[in-house]
Design a protein around this ligand. Sequence first.
Ligand code: SAM
Length: 279
Amino acid sequence: MLSYRHSFHAGNPADVIKHLVLAQVLGYQTIKDKPLDYIDTHSGAGFFELAADDAQKTQEYLDGIAKLWQHHSEQAALNDYIALIKAFNTDEQLAFYPGSPKIAEHFLRRQDNGWFFELHPRDLALLNGNMQGKRSIRVRGENGFQGLLGLLPPASRRACVLIDPPYEIKDDYETVVNTLIKAYKRFATGTYMVWYPVVERARIDKMEADLIASGIRNIQLFELATQGDTDVHGMTASGMIVINPPWKLKQTMDAVLPELVALLSQASGFYRSEQLVDE
Ligand code: SAM
């Protein structure tokens, strides 16, 4: 039984780093005219109203996008992310936050395909409503891990994948690595992004070690910790692991992450920007 609903967390610091990386990768992948297949294995509802009960109950967006809303950075990537979220709002008022499906839709062109998987019945219905109108966009109420493997290799021979599970089932950590290994065997040149939470550091250490040992090449990791690691329950950091990243992504994140720490983290916060496995 799935209980996670992203509507409680939309726009929090974890969404900031996830969606900033997603926007950077999709921006780069859509420079070439050639068609692209984008696959979102865990889509959520796609679009969130911040005045709604769920978002107001936790108010997590106040620690994330709200702190960036009036910010002007020296870094184009951070300004572009803020401008992207502003494009979903009117009157310069922060009222809505787009999920990964709407962010992807913003970048996808006529020649591209978008595949969006979601299992929660209520979020699936919302996602269907939010993603209507484009022939090249398909929403599927199926398991995204299996759905991804069924789509590889893609007809376009170019794929960009986001794997963003809720990790409420502890097996998700292992399933992510096993799915990546299978996906990479079917299509080694795709760009794969995996979001992860740091609730227990040991789980992420294991995930990294398993990926390093997997034989997959060219893996980078970007993490934003709003607090130092702790044994007390709760998420203190989150990150994105990117396989076959765009060539300038690390340089961009090296510049943006210190600024995000300064804007969003407590004194014990930190960032990581690492090449886990070379090309
Ligand atoms: N990617 C979204 C975004 O950035 O806006 C947020 C996704 S949320 C973290 C994870 C979603 O995955 C939840 O809506 C949950 O219902 C869904 N889910 C959980 N297990 C799934 C599975 N095996 N296949 C597809 N969706 C799943």
